[in-house]
Design a binder for this molecule. Structure first.
Ligand SMILES: Cc1ncc(COP(=O)(O)O)c(C=O)c1O
Length: 458
């Protein structure tokens, strides 16, 4: 496995860099004014976009690295927000997509099912998806998968309402915006939102002491008594690890409690594994940590290593209640995306990717714990599962400190996103990241941390 991964890391590095180690000298920090073309695009791209971490044009990517048109090299611990789990341009995925490009770029599922669609469906229901979830609907984005899950749940139960959890992020389409509770910013100037959505607390003990698993499950039962009765509630939708909401893993007992509550009240449990799925937490799906199976599972991002593909999986008895024509989309099950997903599954198997997540995840946690021990006045908590690791800053950090730290990291040559309401950094390196790259990322993070937060103003 290690040999295959180093081959991958070397795929597009220049000869001199291939021969060298990952010393600091190979990370080219960025800075200075943006180039003219970038500035033009920035002006003409929609203002509703958040501003990017760095003002550069990305020309290409390889493994854990992104390269800029200006010749800079950035260590990418965002993985395109948890999408390129196998690193940028994994050669097996690229080759599979290229083969498919020459055979069939697109056909609508209304015309017929392409070979990659039938093959991927067989693979997914033949052992990749949890047992029993053997009905699949494809789409292109995570938000669409959630939209489909909502429609499937309403059609199956005949009930209108849904329960979501504080801190959850489920997308930015009109329906998913109403499900999203990670930040008010996403819905700014877009009210009123879709009705029928009720919000229950998510256990986040470090911020809300006393509101642990029992307290949250108690509040959920109250909600079902006081706000949305089980007879009116189609589904509960939850992320097993809050992503955009701050990299907070749900305690397994909480997820098991939700499963039990759903069974008791005849409500469907929807797990949103758009970010936590495809190996991110050390198991193929994060649900394995809690040993539960949802009624509906949403997956996207890492499934196709960079091509836009998403899916929702459910049981046959639930799927059967969606009338024909209620699900669909021109690009659903795009052949190139499905070919990339098949290659992704091959790489997981052949390169033992989950073993690397276990080893590198433990290393990342240990090295970040050491940083936290050196800067206890700056870091409150290091938490996470596998290679989905959050670092929360102390409450004394000023508002916007995490965002400022992200920018400083980019300046140092490390791409790292912030998350949540409580000044948190999220580490999402590719699952193929090497030991040297993990250490290099932590070193750059610590340098940025000291450079940003140890100064009197941010
Ligand atoms: C947990 C979760 N659900 C849904 C989405 C929405 O996915 P997309 O941006 O592909 O629509 C995201 C995106 O970050 C996510 O993290």
């Amino acid at each position: 496995m290690q040999r295959a991964m180093s081959r991958h890391r070397a795929c597009c590095a220049p000869a001199a860099a291939r021969a060298a180690t990952l010393a600091a000298a190979h990370v080219h920090p960025i800075g200075g004014p943006p180039c003219e073309r970038y500035a033009h695009a920035r002006e003409h791209l929609a203002h509703g976009l958040a501003s990017p971490l760095c003002e550069v044009e990305i020309s290409h990517g390889c493994g854990s690295w992104l390269h800029t048109r200006e010749g800079g090299k950035l260590l990418d611990f965002t993985a395109g927000i948890g999408v390129v789990n196998l690193g940028h341009c994994h050669p097996t995925v690229v080759a599979a997509a290229q083969r498919q490009l020459g055979r069939l770029l697109h056909t609508s599922m209304a015309t017929g099912f392409s070979e990659p669609v039938t093959e991927l469906t067989a693979r997914l229901v033949g052992g990749v998806l949890p047992a029993g979830l053997d009905r699949v609907m494809y789409s292109t984005t995570g938000a669409e998968a959630l939209e489909n899950a909502l429609r499937i749940a309403r059609a199956a139960t005949g009930k209108p309402n849904v329960i979501v959890f504080q801190g959850g992020y489920h997308g930015r389409t009109n329906a998913t915006l109403a499900l999203t509770r990670s930040k008010t910013a996403y819905g700014a100037r877009n009210h009123p939102q879709m009705g029928g959505v009720y919000v229950a607390p998510f256990p986040y003990e470090s911020q809300a002491p006393g509101l642990g698993v029992d307290g949250c499950l108690f509040q959920l039962e109250l909600l079902l008594k006081q706000q949305s009765a089980p007879e009116d509630t189609a589904a509960m939708i939850v992320e097993p690890v809050l992503g955009e909401g701050g990299y907070v893993p749900a305690p397994p007992e909480f997820l098991r409690g939700l499963r039990a509550a759903c069974d008791r009240h005849r409500i469907l449990l929807v797990l949103d594994e758009v970010q936590s799925g495809f190996g991110r937490t050390g198991t193929l799906f994060a649900l394995e940590h809690a040993r539960i199976v949802p009624d509906i599972l949403c997956i996207a991002k890492g499934i196709a290593s960079g091509l836009p593909l998403a899916a929702v999986a459910t049981r046959a008895d639930i799927a059967a209640l969606s009338p024909a024509g209620t699900l669909g989309g021109t690009y659903a099950g795009n052949p190139v995306g499905c070919a990339a997903a098949l290659a992704t599954l091959d790489v997981f198997r052949d390169e033992r990717v989950l073993d690397n997540v276990a080893a590198r995840g433990a290393q990342l946690r240990a090295e970040l714990d050491a940083v936290a021990a050196r800067h206890p006045h700056l870091i409150r908590e290091v938490r996470g599962l596998g290679l989905m690791v959050g670092v929360e800053l102390q409450p004394s950090a000023p508002y916007g400190a995490a965002r400022a730290l992200s920018r400083r990291c980019a300046h140092e040559g490390l791409l790292l996103l912030s998350a949540g309401t409580f000044e948190c950094m999220r580490f999402i390196p590719p699952l193929t990241v090497s030991a040297d790259e993990v250490s290099e990322g932590v070193r750059l993070f610590e340098r940025a941390l000291a450079g940003t937060l140890d100064r009197p103003t941010v």
